[in-house]
Design a protein around this ligand. Structure first.
Ligand code: HEC
Ligand code: HEC
Length: 351
Protein backbone atom coordinates (compact mmCIF):
# COMPACT_ATOMS: atom_id res chain seq x y z
CA UNK A 1 0.00 0.00 0.00
CA UNK A 2 2.66 2.52 1.00
CA UNK A 3 4.35 2.39 -2.41
CA UNK A 4 1.16 3.44 -4.12
CA UNK A 5 1.23 6.70 -2.23
CA UNK A 6 4.37 7.74 -4.06
CA UNK A 7 2.33 8.57 -7.14
CA UNK A 8 0.80 12.02 -7.14
CA UNK A 9 -2.72 10.74 -7.73
CA UNK A 10 -2.64 8.50 -4.70
CA UNK A 11 -1.23 11.36 -2.64
CA UNK A 12 -4.20 13.56 -3.53
CA UNK A 13 -6.60 10.81 -2.54
CA UNK A 14 -4.73 10.36 0.73
CA UNK A 15 -4.86 14.09 1.46
CA UNK A 16 -8.56 14.45 0.75
CA UNK A 17 -9.24 11.33 2.78
CA UNK A 18 -7.28 12.82 5.63
CA UNK A 19 -9.43 15.93 5.47
CA UNK A 20 -12.69 13.98 5.53
CA UNK A 21 -11.44 11.93 8.44
CA UNK A 22 -10.63 15.12 10.36
CA UNK A 23 -14.02 16.77 9.88
CA UNK A 24 -15.64 13.61 11.18
CA UNK A 25 -13.21 13.60 14.09
CA UNK A 26 -14.07 17.16 15.09
CA UNK A 27 -17.38 15.95 16.55
CA UNK A 28 -15.78 13.24 18.53
CA UNK A 29 -15.20 14.20 22.18
CA UNK A 30 -12.21 11.91 22.67
CA UNK A 31 -10.32 13.48 19.77
CA UNK A 32 -11.02 16.92 21.19
CA UNK A 33 -9.87 15.70 24.60
CA UNK A 34 -6.59 14.42 23.14
CA UNK A 35 -6.04 17.83 21.53
CA UNK A 36 -6.85 19.61 24.77
CA UNK A 37 -4.32 17.56 26.71
CA UNK A 38 -1.65 18.18 24.07
CA UNK A 39 -2.27 21.89 23.97
CA UNK A 40 -3.89 23.13 27.19
CA UNK A 41 -5.99 26.31 27.33
CA UNK A 42 -4.44 29.70 28.11
CA UNK A 43 -3.13 29.92 31.67
CA UNK A 44 -2.15 26.29 32.13
CA UNK A 45 1.27 24.64 31.70
CA UNK A 46 1.75 21.44 29.72
CA UNK A 47 0.01 18.41 31.21
CA UNK A 48 2.33 15.97 32.98
CA UNK A 49 1.80 12.49 31.54
CA UNK A 50 3.53 9.37 32.85
CA UNK A 51 5.81 7.72 30.30
CA UNK A 52 4.03 4.39 30.72
CA UNK A 53 0.52 5.75 30.26
CA UNK A 54 0.40 7.79 27.08
CA UNK A 55 -2.96 9.33 26.19
CA UNK A 56 -5.06 7.61 23.52
CA UNK A 57 -8.66 7.94 22.46
CA UNK A 58 -9.36 4.33 23.45
CA UNK A 59 -8.09 4.93 26.99
CA UNK A 60 -10.09 8.15 27.27
CA UNK A 61 -13.30 6.46 26.19
CA UNK A 62 -12.75 3.53 28.50
CA UNK A 63 -11.72 5.77 31.40
CA UNK A 64 -14.83 7.89 31.01
CA UNK A 65 -17.02 4.80 30.92
CA UNK A 66 -15.45 3.56 34.17
CA UNK A 67 -15.69 6.99 35.84
CA UNK A 68 -19.46 7.05 35.26
CA UNK A 69 -20.16 3.39 35.96
CA UNK A 70 -22.04 2.80 39.21
CA UNK A 71 -21.61 -0.97 38.82
CA UNK A 72 -18.13 -0.33 40.16
CA UNK A 73 -19.59 0.13 43.62
CA UNK A 74 -20.74 -2.60 45.92
CA UNK A 75 -24.45 -1.75 45.70
CA UNK A 76 -24.38 -0.63 42.05
CA UNK A 77 -25.46 2.80 43.14
CA UNK A 78 -22.37 4.99 43.18
CA UNK A 79 -19.86 5.94 40.50
CA UNK A 80 -16.89 8.27 40.76
CA UNK A 81 -19.16 10.88 39.18
CA UNK A 82 -21.69 10.35 41.97
CA UNK A 83 -19.44 12.41 44.24
CA UNK A 84 -17.47 14.30 41.60
CA UNK A 85 -20.58 15.53 39.76
CA UNK A 86 -19.84 17.19 36.40
CA UNK A 87 -22.46 19.93 36.58
CA UNK A 88 -21.51 20.72 40.16
CA UNK A 89 -17.93 21.64 39.34
CA UNK A 90 -16.93 17.94 39.39
CA UNK A 91 -17.54 17.99 43.13
CA UNK A 92 -20.78 18.02 45.15
CA UNK A 93 -22.18 21.48 45.87
CA UNK A 94 -24.93 20.27 48.16
CA UNK A 95 -23.06 18.60 50.98
CA UNK A 96 -20.06 19.63 53.06
CA UNK A 97 -18.74 16.08 52.98
CA UNK A 98 -19.94 13.47 50.50
CA UNK A 99 -21.90 10.29 51.24
CA UNK A 100 -20.65 6.83 50.28
CA UNK A 101 -22.29 3.45 49.54
CA UNK A 102 -22.74 2.77 53.23
CA UNK A 103 -24.93 5.86 53.47
CA UNK A 104 -22.50 7.52 55.84
CA UNK A 105 -20.92 10.91 55.46
CA UNK A 106 -17.22 10.87 54.71
CA UNK A 107 -14.92 13.01 56.80
CA UNK A 108 -13.92 15.30 53.97
CA UNK A 109 -15.16 17.44 51.12
CA UNK A 110 -14.76 16.03 47.63
CA UNK A 111 -12.16 18.06 45.70
CA UNK A 112 -12.90 18.98 42.10
CA UNK A 113 -11.48 16.76 39.36
CA UNK A 114 -11.05 19.82 37.10
CA UNK A 115 -7.31 20.35 36.56
CA UNK A 116 -6.43 17.45 38.86
CA UNK A 117 -3.97 16.49 36.09
CA UNK A 118 -1.55 19.03 37.55
CA UNK A 119 -1.68 17.90 41.17
CA UNK A 120 1.64 16.42 42.24
CA UNK A 121 -0.04 14.89 45.27
CA UNK A 122 -3.61 13.78 45.80
CA UNK A 123 -6.16 13.96 48.63
CA UNK A 124 -6.31 16.79 51.16
CA UNK A 125 -3.45 15.20 53.08
CA UNK A 126 -1.35 14.45 49.96
CA UNK A 127 -1.25 10.76 50.81
CA UNK A 128 -1.27 9.59 47.19
CA UNK A 129 1.03 10.63 44.38
CA UNK A 130 -0.40 9.41 41.06
CA UNK A 131 -3.86 9.48 39.51
CA UNK A 132 -3.23 5.91 38.34
CA UNK A 133 -2.95 4.70 41.94
CA UNK A 134 -5.46 7.08 43.46
CA UNK A 135 -8.53 5.35 41.98
CA UNK A 136 -8.10 2.32 44.24
CA UNK A 137 -8.70 4.51 47.29
CA UNK A 138 -12.38 5.20 46.57
CA UNK A 139 -12.97 1.87 44.78
CA UNK A 140 -11.89 -0.14 47.81
CA UNK A 141 -12.87 2.14 50.67
CA UNK A 142 -15.76 0.62 52.62
CA UNK A 143 -17.21 4.07 53.13
CA UNK A 144 -16.92 5.12 49.48
CA UNK A 145 -17.58 2.55 46.73
CA UNK A 146 -17.21 -0.43 49.03
CA UNK A 147 -15.71 -3.09 46.73
CA UNK A 148 -14.27 -5.91 48.84
CA UNK A 149 -11.21 -6.41 46.60
CA UNK A 150 -9.62 -5.60 43.27
CA UNK A 151 -10.46 -9.10 42.08
CA UNK A 152 -14.11 -8.30 42.73
CA UNK A 153 -13.90 -5.20 40.53
CA UNK A 154 -12.17 -7.14 37.75
CA UNK A 155 -14.89 -9.79 37.96
CA UNK A 156 -17.59 -7.12 37.70
CA UNK A 157 -15.96 -5.69 34.59
CA UNK A 158 -15.37 -9.11 33.02
CA UNK A 159 -18.98 -10.01 33.70
CA UNK A 160 -20.30 -6.94 31.88
CA UNK A 161 -20.73 -7.51 28.17
CA UNK A 162 -20.41 -3.85 27.31
CA UNK A 163 -16.75 -3.99 28.43
CA UNK A 164 -15.84 -7.00 26.32
CA UNK A 165 -12.85 -6.26 24.11
CA UNK A 166 -12.49 -2.69 25.36
CA UNK A 167 -9.44 -3.21 27.59
CA UNK A 168 -7.84 -5.32 24.87
CA UNK A 169 -8.39 -2.49 22.40
CA UNK A 170 -7.04 0.21 24.73
CA UNK A 171 -4.18 -1.68 26.38
CA UNK A 172 -3.57 -4.78 24.29
CA UNK A 173 -4.37 -6.92 27.33
CA UNK A 174 -7.37 -7.94 29.43
CA UNK A 175 -8.56 -5.84 32.37
CA UNK A 176 -6.14 -5.97 35.29
CA UNK A 177 -5.18 -4.14 38.47
CA UNK A 178 -2.97 -1.69 36.57
CA UNK A 179 -5.02 -0.72 33.53
CA UNK A 180 -8.23 0.17 35.41
CA UNK A 181 -6.25 2.96 37.08
CA UNK A 182 -4.55 3.92 33.84
CA UNK A 183 -7.84 4.30 31.99
CA UNK A 184 -9.58 6.36 34.68
CA UNK A 185 -6.46 8.52 35.17
CA UNK A 186 -6.37 9.27 31.44
CA UNK A 187 -9.97 10.49 31.49
CA UNK A 188 -9.31 12.63 34.58
CA UNK A 189 -6.27 14.14 32.84
CA UNK A 190 -8.54 15.42 30.07
CA UNK A 191 -10.63 17.53 32.47
CA UNK A 192 -8.50 20.61 32.15
CA UNK A 193 -10.07 24.01 32.18
CA UNK A 194 -8.68 27.55 31.92
CA UNK A 195 -8.82 30.46 29.44
CA UNK A 196 -10.91 32.15 32.12
CA UNK A 197 -11.63 35.88 32.05
CA UNK A 198 -8.61 36.25 34.38
CA UNK A 199 -6.37 34.30 31.98
CA UNK A 200 -7.55 36.36 29.00
CA UNK A 201 -6.71 39.54 30.86
CA UNK A 202 -3.56 38.60 32.79
CA UNK A 203 -1.87 36.24 30.35
CA UNK A 204 -3.70 37.21 27.13
CA UNK A 205 -3.43 40.97 27.73
CA UNK A 206 -7.08 41.60 26.81
CA UNK A 207 -7.78 44.62 28.96
CA UNK A 208 -11.56 44.33 28.68
CA UNK A 209 -11.74 40.63 29.64
CA UNK A 210 -12.36 41.49 33.31
CA UNK A 211 -13.81 44.39 35.28
CA UNK A 212 -11.73 46.98 37.16
CA UNK A 213 -12.89 45.31 40.38
CA UNK A 214 -11.31 42.02 39.30
CA UNK A 215 -8.04 43.82 38.54
CA UNK A 216 -8.05 45.49 41.96
CA UNK A 217 -8.96 42.16 43.56
CA UNK A 218 -5.98 40.47 41.94
CA UNK A 219 -3.71 43.21 43.24
CA UNK A 220 -4.99 42.55 46.76
CA UNK A 221 -4.69 38.78 46.22
CA UNK A 222 -0.98 39.19 45.51
CA UNK A 223 -0.32 42.10 47.87
CA UNK A 224 -2.15 42.94 51.07
CA UNK A 225 -4.09 39.66 51.14
CA UNK A 226 -0.91 37.57 50.75
CA UNK A 227 -2.91 34.82 49.08
CA UNK A 228 -0.42 34.23 46.27
CA UNK A 229 2.19 33.11 48.81
CA UNK A 230 0.49 29.71 48.65
CA UNK A 231 -1.94 30.05 45.73
CA UNK A 232 0.89 30.65 43.26
CA UNK A 233 0.74 32.59 40.01
CA UNK A 234 3.74 32.10 37.74
CA UNK A 235 4.84 34.44 34.92
CA UNK A 236 3.11 32.51 32.09
CA UNK A 237 0.78 30.09 33.84
CA UNK A 238 -1.04 29.69 37.14
CA UNK A 239 -2.21 26.65 39.06
CA UNK A 240 -3.01 28.83 42.09
CA UNK A 241 -1.31 26.23 44.26
CA UNK A 242 2.24 25.79 45.51
CA UNK A 243 1.46 22.06 45.75
CA UNK A 244 2.56 22.13 49.39
CA UNK A 245 0.82 21.53 52.69
CA UNK A 246 0.05 24.28 55.19
CA UNK A 247 -1.67 24.87 58.46
CA UNK A 248 -3.97 27.78 57.65
CA UNK A 249 -5.31 27.88 61.19
CA UNK A 250 -8.67 26.65 59.95
CA UNK A 251 -8.91 23.60 62.22
CA UNK A 252 -9.35 24.36 65.86
CA UNK A 253 -7.84 21.83 68.20
CA UNK A 254 -10.57 19.69 69.68
CA UNK A 255 -11.23 16.05 70.21
CA UNK A 256 -11.48 14.07 66.94
CA UNK A 257 -10.23 17.04 64.91
CA UNK A 258 -8.96 16.15 61.45
CA UNK A 259 -5.19 16.50 61.87
CA UNK A 260 -4.55 16.48 58.11
CA UNK A 261 -1.06 15.41 57.10
CA UNK A 262 -0.28 14.23 60.64
CA UNK A 263 -2.79 11.45 60.10
CA UNK A 264 -0.46 10.15 57.38
CA UNK A 265 2.99 10.74 58.86
CA UNK A 266 2.24 10.66 62.58
CA UNK A 267 4.52 13.66 63.01
CA UNK A 268 3.46 16.49 65.32
CA UNK A 269 4.93 19.03 62.91
CA UNK A 270 2.35 17.94 60.32
CA UNK A 271 -0.61 18.62 62.57
CA UNK A 272 -3.44 20.43 60.74
CA UNK A 273 -1.45 20.71 57.52
CA UNK A 274 -3.56 20.35 54.36
CA UNK A 275 -2.70 20.59 50.68
CA UNK A 276 -3.13 23.97 49.01
CA UNK A 277 -6.01 23.47 46.58
CA UNK A 278 -6.18 25.14 43.17
CA UNK A 279 -8.46 28.16 42.95
CA UNK A 280 -9.36 27.67 39.30
CA UNK A 281 -13.14 27.28 38.89
CA UNK A 282 -13.48 28.02 42.59
CA UNK A 283 -16.83 29.77 42.16
CA UNK A 284 -18.21 26.43 40.90
CA UNK A 285 -16.90 24.19 43.66
CA UNK A 286 -18.55 25.32 46.91
CA UNK A 287 -18.58 24.45 49.75
CA UNK A 288 -14.98 25.13 50.74
CA UNK A 289 -12.04 23.82 52.77
CA UNK A 290 -11.20 20.16 53.46
CA UNK A 291 -14.40 19.66 55.42
CA UNK A 292 -16.67 21.91 53.38
CA UNK A 293 -17.45 24.02 56.41
CA UNK A 294 -17.30 27.37 54.60
CA UNK A 295 -20.22 27.88 52.23
CA UNK A 296 -19.19 31.03 50.38
CA UNK A 297 -16.06 32.64 49.01
CA UNK A 298 -16.82 35.67 51.14
CA UNK A 299 -16.64 33.50 54.25
CA UNK A 300 -13.29 32.06 53.14
CA UNK A 301 -11.81 35.52 52.66
CA UNK A 302 -13.26 36.66 55.99
CA UNK A 303 -11.61 33.65 57.62
CA UNK A 304 -8.20 34.58 56.21
CA UNK A 305 -8.70 38.19 57.21
CA UNK A 306 -8.78 37.23 60.90
CA UNK A 307 -5.40 35.51 60.73
CA UNK A 308 -4.79 32.58 63.01
CA UNK A 309 -5.95 33.73 66.34
CA UNK A 310 -5.38 30.55 68.25
CA UNK A 311 -1.64 30.37 68.60
CA UNK A 312 1.26 32.21 67.07
CA UNK A 313 3.02 29.09 65.82
CA UNK A 314 0.55 29.23 62.95
CA UNK A 315 2.02 31.94 60.84
CA UNK A 316 -1.14 33.44 59.41
CA UNK A 317 -1.12 37.21 59.91
CA UNK A 318 -4.18 39.37 60.53
CA UNK A 319 -4.77 40.99 57.14
CA UNK A 320 -6.73 44.15 58.03
CA UNK A 321 -8.70 44.00 54.75
CA UNK A 322 -11.71 46.32 54.67
CA UNK A 323 -15.11 44.91 53.69
CA UNK A 324 -14.67 46.51 50.27
CA UNK A 325 -11.23 44.92 49.84
CA UNK A 326 -12.57 41.50 50.81
CA UNK A 327 -15.37 41.89 48.26
CA UNK A 328 -12.80 42.77 45.58
CA UNK A 329 -10.85 39.57 46.29
CA UNK A 330 -14.09 37.62 45.91
CA UNK A 331 -14.71 39.34 42.55
CA UNK A 332 -11.25 38.27 41.45
CA UNK A 333 -11.88 34.66 42.55
CA UNK A 334 -15.05 34.64 40.46
CA UNK A 335 -12.99 35.46 37.34
CA UNK A 336 -11.23 32.09 37.47
CA UNK A 337 -13.90 29.93 35.81
CA UNK A 338 -12.56 28.23 32.69
CA UNK A 339 -14.42 28.98 29.47
CA UNK A 340 -14.85 25.28 28.59
CA UNK A 341 -16.56 24.01 31.75
CA UNK A 342 -19.95 23.80 30.04
CA UNK A 343 -18.36 21.94 27.15
CA UNK A 344 -16.78 19.47 29.59
CA UNK A 345 -20.17 18.87 31.21
CA UNK A 346 -21.75 18.17 27.83
CA UNK A 347 -18.83 15.94 26.91
CA UNK A 348 -19.32 14.04 30.16
CA UNK A 349 -22.95 13.36 29.30
CA UNK A 350 -22.10 11.80 25.91
CA UNK A 351 -21.84 8.03 25.71
C1 HEC B 1 -18.32 8.77 48.21
C2 HEC B 1 -17.88 9.90 47.44
C3 HEC B 1 -16.70 9.69 46.49
C4 HEC B 1 -16.61 8.76 45.49
C5 HEC B 1 -17.60 7.69 45.10
C6 HEC B 1 -15.34 9.03 44.85
N1 HEC B 1 -14.71 10.08 45.43
FE1 HEC B 1 -12.98 10.91 44.84
N2 HEC B 1 -12.91 11.97 46.55
C7 HEC B 1 -13.91 12.04 47.49
C8 HEC B 1 -13.42 12.72 48.67
C9 HEC B 1 -14.20 13.01 49.94
C10 HEC B 1 -12.06 13.03 48.43
C11 HEC B 1 -11.07 13.68 49.42
C12 HEC B 1 -10.62 12.58 50.38
C13 HEC B 1 -9.42 12.95 51.23
O1 HEC B 1 -8.76 13.94 50.95
O2 HEC B 1 -9.12 12.20 52.17
C14 HEC B 1 -11.78 12.56 47.07
C15 HEC B 1 -10.58 12.76 46.41
C16 HEC B 1 -10.36 12.42 45.09
C17 HEC B 1 -9.20 12.81 44.31
C18 HEC B 1 -8.04 13.68 44.78
C19 HEC B 1 -8.21 15.08 44.26
C20 HEC B 1 -7.21 16.05 44.79
O3 HEC B 1 -7.23 17.20 44.33
O4 HEC B 1 -6.41 15.72 45.67
C21 HEC B 1 -9.35 12.24 43.07
C22 HEC B 1 -8.41 12.36 41.89
C23 HEC B 1 -10.58 11.48 43.09
N3 HEC B 1 -11.18 11.64 44.32
C24 HEC B 1 -11.05 10.70 42.05
C25 HEC B 1 -12.05 9.74 42.23
C26 HEC B 1 -12.28 8.61 41.33
C27 HEC B 1 -11.47 8.31 40.09
C28 HEC B 1 -13.33 7.91 41.83
C29 HEC B 1 -13.92 6.63 41.31
C30 HEC B 1 -13.02 5.51 41.19
C31 HEC B 1 -13.76 8.64 43.03
N4 HEC B 1 -12.95 9.71 43.24
C32 HEC B 1 -14.87 8.27 43.78
C33 HEC B 1 -15.18 11.53 47.34
C34 HEC B 1 -15.49 10.50 46.46
C1 HEC C 1 -0.18 29.64 54.02
C2 HEC C 1 -0.73 29.26 52.72
C3 HEC C 1 -2.02 29.91 52.28
C4 HEC C 1 -2.35 31.25 52.19
C5 HEC C 1 -1.48 32.44 52.56
C6 HEC C 1 -3.69 31.31 51.67
N1 HEC C 1 -4.16 30.04 51.45
FE1 HEC C 1 -5.99 29.57 50.74
N2 HEC C 1 -5.65 27.63 51.18
C7 HEC C 1 -4.47 27.10 51.65
C8 HEC C 1 -4.68 25.75 52.08
C9 HEC C 1 -3.63 24.81 52.67
C10 HEC C 1 -6.04 25.48 51.88
C11 HEC C 1 -6.80 24.19 52.27
C12 HEC C 1 -7.26 24.37 53.69
C13 HEC C 1 -8.22 23.30 54.16
O1 HEC C 1 -8.75 22.56 53.34
O2 HEC C 1 -8.44 23.21 55.37
C14 HEC C 1 -6.61 26.68 51.29
C15 HEC C 1 -7.94 26.81 50.90
C16 HEC C 1 -8.47 27.91 50.26
C17 HEC C 1 -9.77 27.98 49.64
C18 HEC C 1 -10.78 26.84 49.59
C19 HEC C 1 -10.50 25.97 48.39
C20 HEC C 1 -11.41 24.79 48.27
O3 HEC C 1 -11.46 24.20 47.17
O4 HEC C 1 -12.06 24.40 49.25
C21 HEC C 1 -9.90 29.23 49.10
C22 HEC C 1 -11.08 29.77 48.34
C23 HEC C 1 -8.69 29.94 49.42
N3 HEC C 1 -7.84 29.11 50.11
C24 HEC C 1 -8.44 31.26 49.06
C25 HEC C 1 -7.42 31.99 49.63
C26 HEC C 1 -7.36 33.45 49.63
C27 HEC C 1 -8.37 34.35 48.97
C28 HEC C 1 -6.24 33.79 50.34
C29 HEC C 1 -5.76 35.17 50.70
C30 HEC C 1 -6.72 35.99 51.44
C31 HEC C 1 -5.59 32.56 50.74
N4 HEC C 1 -6.35 31.50 50.31
C32 HEC C 1 -4.39 32.48 51.43
C33 HEC C 1 -3.27 27.79 51.74
C34 HEC C 1 -3.17 29.16 51.81
Amino acid sequence: MKNLHTTLGALCVAVSFGFVAQTVKADDWASLAVKRIKSPPLGLPSVPIPADNQVTKQKLELGKKLFFDSRLSKNNALSCAGCHIPDQGFTNNHVATTIGVAGEFLARNAPTILNVAYQRTLFHDARETTLENQVYGPLLSKLEMGNPSIGWIIQTINGSEDYWGKFEKAFGEPVNVRNIGQAIATYERSLISANSPFDKWHFGKQQSAVSEDVKLGFKLFKGKGQCARCHLVKPNTALFSDQKLHDTGFVTAKKNADTGRMGVTGRGADKFRFKTPTLRNIALTAPYMHNGQLKTLASVVAFYNQGSKRDNKRKMPVLHLSDKEQALIVEFLKSLNGDNVQALIIEASKP
